[in-house]
Design a protein around this ligand. Sequence first.
Ligand code: CU
Length: 395
Amino acid sequence: MSDSPARMPDHLCESGTVTDANGASVLATEAPQNRRVFLARASALSLVIPGMAALGACSAPESKGPQDTGTSSATRKTAAVPSREPHNSDSRLDSAVLKGEHKAGTSATASTSPPASFQRFDPVFPQLPVGGRLELHWRAREAAVRITDETVVAAWTFEGNVPGPIVHCRVGDTVDFTLTNEVDIPHSMDFHAAQIDPKQAFRSVPKGQSVNFSFKPKYAGAFMYHCGTAPVLMHIGSGMFGTIIVSPREPLPPAKDFVLVQNEFYLADAANGVRASDYQKMLNTLPDIVCFNGRPNQYVKEPIRVKVGDRVRFWVVSAGPSHPCNFHVVGEQFDTAYMGAPPGNAVRGVQTFTVPPGGGMVCELLCDVPGEFPFVNHGFGHGQKGAIGILLVEA
Ligand SMILES: [Cu+2]
């Protein structure tokens, strides 16, 4: 893309001045120019991640290290490369650590060998913690994750998988969480189930450092967690997301519970058998793959099995980063869907329930007919890209 004024629309000159229909100058808003500058930077950098694009977006490389408070604006102005000042368009939480030095060549492509075989992601969540307390110590690290027999993704992960581990607790339990960052790019953790000062708890940490915080979930439901380091789009889009299930204090009706977190993959061509994420594709919001629990069509290949008479409860999260999940089970209806924290706000007789990106919904159906019931994102442009599975109801 050219940044030349000659190629720009006539009404927008280089200075960002906008003219009206009569040629009179009117005050330009900042947004178009900021967007144009961003796109110019994006085209100047290789926006395939992990790699220089990630570094450009996440760091101020002229800075010397975590203790460096930054360089002068004069230094930045004389830099030969496009400006890489942090542009926290998605988050204002991490400017304190974005001045660290982050080296190139940190991608999983370079440092990790592909996993030997495909592994189905188990949609069943763990038992409740004993004593109402959950202590988690996770690592942010890079990993090559095989999402189909043919496709290996170079991912940024919590604990080496996409999605990250399923967390399960109850309303009022204490979740004590520590994240240690093992890689050069800063990372962080944002639990949607927490009410907490995000500037402290969700702050980014550089390599070798940890962040710790605890919280007591106030509401039941299916909640997303994700890395909140700017640009958030890149960190979620590269695999740093998952689900925390918060059960209510009073048990819900007995059911077979399953977690489905939908996400999109935006992938570059394979290099050495591994596909990196493509940030420009993320910005264009046209995914290559949309899927449940990080692997397209995995529950077609190996269905979720229940029995006639079972109540099935789906805890559905859309991690995005950009698209909703229009959740539908073919040949079934949700007898109950919860608009908010279950068991409150129950809606009866729902055919399709939309889960927005960054949201989670709980829906139940009673399996009184045997058969194979496809569960899909009924936005079929996305269902077709892998957001489909089979609920097998056996007699
Ligand atoms: Cu991250």
